[in-house]
Write a protein that binds this ligand. Structure first.
Ligand SMILES: [Zn+2]
Length: 81
C-alpha cells in the first residue's frame, strides 16, 4: 500500500528516517513493532508471545515536526518460523 507522505496536521512534506536506540557498546539499534498484547513481567519487562516483528519506519514533517510511524519490513534477524 502506498504511503501518504503528506502531514495530516499542516500539509507539509514528511521526511523519511528511523528511530534508533543505543545497545551494548553504544551500537545503534532500531526498535521494532511486535504483534500481540503486551504483558508485564517482573523478570523480563514488557513482552508479547513470540510472533512477527517489523522494523519501524519513522517520518517527520519538515514543517511542524509531527511524526508518523509505519511497520516497515519484517525484522531480518528475527523472522518468525
Ligand atoms: Zn506538519
Amino acid at each position: 500500500m502506498a504511503r501518504n507522505l503528506v502531514c495530516s496536521d499542516c500539509g507539509g512534506k514528511l521526511q523519511e528516517g528511523i528511530v534508533f536506540d543505543h545497545g551494548h557498546y553504544s551500537v545503534r539499534t532500531r526498535p521494532y513493532w511486535l504483534e500481540g498484547k503486551p504483558e508485564w513481567s517482573f523478570w523480563d519487562g514488557w513482552r508479547v508471545k513470540r510472533t512477527k516483528e517489523y522494523l519501524i519506519a519513522a517520518y517527520r514533517c519538515e514543517n511542524c515536526g509531527l511524526m508518523k510511524f509505519y511497520a516497515d519490513s519484517e525484522n531480518p534477524s528475527k523472522k518468525s518460523k
